[in-house]
Design a protein around this ligand. Structure first.
Ligand code: ATP
Length: 274
């Protein structure tokens, strides 16, 4: 969700150290990094390197973060576009933007092209909900994306990563072999994974010694990684406003109260897990 509209091939500084609790996805993720770093290991045996990998999971589970971490670990440029903003902002020129993006990406290969919220361009017909652009526009953008993916050579060094919360809405054409035929599933973190994610986001904070990642993990069933990052930052903001020199338990409790209230407003269901 935080992906820029059009991230023009910067090197990513995100690494696997910034991502916690996604062991389930780890193997596929490492494979993508290997394809980018050591393509010859695969191609010399005649293997075709996958072109498209789709990450499927609820909001805030780290899809964007993981895409950037793959680019960071492989030390390749990262191009990105956000499906929803894309359709809204480039009315009439969606297809040519896609063409430009892939042209640049091919010049900078090996690299990653990341498409956030791909469902907003890749929704199948008949499943179109509210949407601000015209369907023709969306379709021509989608068609251009398919053309690009079919057009660039296997083993060109461009790997397209896409993210969605709603794989059920996707046009099956996108998931055909040679397109997004690899899937990485992300889930909301369990208590142990939340603890790991807390550790990542507590790391940069100045903390009172009473703060304990395991305790916070127990207080936050149903939270996504993004929610956890939010709690940690909110607690630090509260502590700063209170002129403290360390963030303490009270600050975390107040941050949690505030964020839980916000989540309830968004009518997000917090499941009584564990
Ligand atoms: P959306 O579906 O809303 O686009 P997303 O799955 O792309 O969400 P991100 O944008 O990657 O989620 O996550 C937002 C932020 O939440 C990250 O920048 C990071 O700070 C934090 N976060 C999410 N998941 C993790 C994780 N597994 N480990 C550490 N931090 C995480």
């Amino acid at each position: 969700s935080k992906a820029m509209l059009f991230d023009e091939g910067q090197k990513s500084k995100v690494t696997f150290a910034d991502v916690a609790g996604l062991e389930e996805a780890a193997m596929e993720v490492k494979e993508v990094v290997d394809f980018l770093k050591n393509p010859d290991d695969f191609t010399k045996l005649g293997a075709k390197i996958p072109k498209g990998v789709i990450m499927i999971g609820p909001p805030g589970t780290g899809k964007t973060l993981l895409a950037k971490a793959m680019a960071g670990e492989a030390q390749v440029p990262f191009f990105s576009l956000s499906g929803s903003e894309f359709v809204e902002m480039f009315v009439g020129v969606g297809a040519s933007r896609v063409r430009d993006l892939f042209k640049q990406a091919k010049e900078k290969a090996p690299c990653i092209v990341f498409i956030d919220e791909i469902d907003s361009i890749g929704r199948s017909r008949g499943k179109q909900a509210f949407y601000s652009g015209s369907n023709d526009e969306r379709e021509s953008t989608l068609n251009q994306l398919l053309t690009e993916m079919d057009g660039f050579e296997t083993n060109s060094g461009v790997i397209v990563l896409a993210a969605t919360n709603r794989a059920d809405l996707l046009d099956p054409a996108l998931l055909r072999p040679g397109r997004f035929d690899r899937h990485i599933y992300l889930e909301l973190p369990n208590i142990r994974e939340r603890e790991e994610i807390f550790k990542v986001h507590l790391r940069p904070l100045k903390l009172n010694e009473t703060i304990d990642a395991a305790y916070l993990a127990g207080q936050t069933p149903g939270f996504s990684g993004a929610d956890i990052a939010n709690v940690c930052n909110e607690a630090a903001l509260i502590a700063a406003r209170r002129k403290k020199d360390r963030v303490d338990k009270q600050d975390f409790h107040d941050a949690l109260d505030r964020i839980v209230a916000g989540l309830e407003k968004k009518s997000k269901v917090i499941s009584p897990e564990e």
